[in-house]
Every structure is written in C-alpha cells, then in structure tokens.
Design a protein around this ligand. Sequence first.
Ligand code: ARG
Length: 329
Amino acid sequence: MPDRGEPPPLNSLAFDASVRIPVPHLRADPSALVPKFRLPYLASSFRSSLPFLQMPKQVLLCPPTHFDVSDHKNPYMSGKSSVDRAKAQQQWQALCAALEDAGYQVETIAPMPGHEDMVFAANQVFVGFHQGIGKFIVPSQMVHPSRQGEVPFYVDWYRRRGFKIIEVDLGADYLEGHGDLLWHPGWSRIYAGYGFRSTKSGVEKFRDAMSKLEIPVIPLHLVDPYCYHLDTCFCPLNNEAVLIYPGAYAPESLAALRQFWKRVHELTTDEAHKFMGNGIVANGRYLTPHITPHLEFIFREEGLAPVIVESSEFEKSGGSLFCMKAFLP
Ligand code: ARG
C-alpha cells in the first residue's frame, strides 16, 4: 500500500463501529463508540441536500509521525513542544475513522522527517476541479521556511495522480493553499483570505490565474491574528449557508462576503478561537473539535449532525480538523 505512514491500517483500529450513541452529538474517539448514521435517516431533515451530492469522496491526510510544536508561527504556538505524541496519533486516527465513517476513502501521503507541520494537509497546495481542464492544483508559497519544504512532497503526490499543476508566478508573495483559499460548494467561486499568511497581491495573482478558467475569486481581508488563516473563520455548510466569525474580517470584506450567502451564521469569539469554525462538513455531518448549544442549534437548522473529534494536540500548533485534510475531486 503506497504512501501509508507508520500507523496501523485504519481497519485494524480497536473500536466497535456498530453501536449508535444516543446523544445529540457524537464522539469520534478510538476509546468511544463511533456512530453509524445511515444517510436516509439524516436526509429527512435536510434543508438542501443537493450540494452534498457534489462532494468529493476521497480525502488526503498526512500521519503526524513527525508532528511537533517547535517554533512560533501563530499565536496558539508556545514555541516549545508540549505535544503528547501518543495522543496526537490517537486523535489523527480518530479523524481518519470519522471521515471513513462519513463515507470517505482516506488517502495518505508519507510524513517526512524535519517537516513538523506536514500533518496540516490543507496548506501545501490548493486543489480544484474545472469542467474544461479537470482536476488541478496550485502549489503554495508558504511564509515560514520550515513549511516551504513540505510543498514539493505534496506537489509530487498530486502530480503522480494525474492532477494538472497550475503554477502561479508569485514572486515574493505568499499563498497558503486551503488555509486561505476556500471553494463555494460546487466549485463555483473561491473565497481568498489575506493579511497574515497569504498576501494581498498573492491573492490577486491567484485571482488572475483563476480568471483564465472563469472562476471568480473573492478576496477577504483578515484582521484577527487568532484567525490568521481563512479556514479558522469561514466554513461553508452548504450551497446557501456559511459559518463565519465576523470579528476576523475588515468591514468591507465582511460586507462583501455576506452577498454570496442566503444564511450567514456567526460564531462567537470563544467558539472561533477554539476552532469550532475549523470543522469539516462531511456528508451531512459536521466534524468539530468542540460544540456549544448555540452551534448545535445552527447545525440542526442546517441539517448537519455534529460529531466531536478531539484535536487538542494540533490546536497547540494553531490548527484543527479542517487544516488536517484536503478533499480530492
Ligand atoms: N502550525 C501551522 C502553521 O502555523 C498550523 C497550520 C494550520 N492550518 C490551517 N489551515 N489553519 O502554519
């Protein structure tokens, strides 16, 4: 099996996946029971189930074999390791299990020594699909030298699987993949955060490249250092509804993004800074590291079943569930 890292195959994980937990939200933790929802059961409460039909079925992750917190790239990082490695491994496997349980095939890329953030598989490239050219990637130019070296490994992984590579000549600018670049469901438009990692002109250069494919790009200026990537404060729930943290945006950007959604749900500061907007929408579920009654209400409104997947070790590095995967078209 190519590209599998050290961990045991997922189907050898020791938990019973057949028992349903009778609580409103569910714990995806190897020591707990992972639920088996059947889609028809969930579908009855869906407001709009159509976008999920367009969702990708494969997802790429990187095992946290070499994961560590060794420097200070964002306000969540202490600069020295307090990572519980066994727990990190367990949480990563629980995330893989929760994705598989939601119907995705999990692919992995081999973790490389010396690349402590390689586990954040959302950042090294932007992954897309276009009717004309098919599946493509745009390689990132990452801000931190320790992360720049991750990019070639990912580009190579995608190249070998037939993805077209669109090189944007970024010059001295930065662009950090799905940390800052998020699709509207259905590949119709891209939201592009800038200000902390991706630069404004990096996003503009990306927009010019996408305009050749007639894909509109909406630049969004980020202003809260705790929301240094767009994926910490912006999460499309379906074609019509988005979850955002308004405090993360410059006023014009907040006004601009509202135009594209019928329903805009707002996270509190505490919810946002605890990565509750960095969840994964997965076939009618919302995988999230934490939950509040306020968010439970929103997810119920949108027909999503929250599933708790703990990510405490990765939060020490300033990332959570969304950052740890890339959906593949
Ligand atoms: N330590 C990593 C960094 O600062 C965390 C990246 C989290 N990724 C994300 N998409 N928010 O680059």
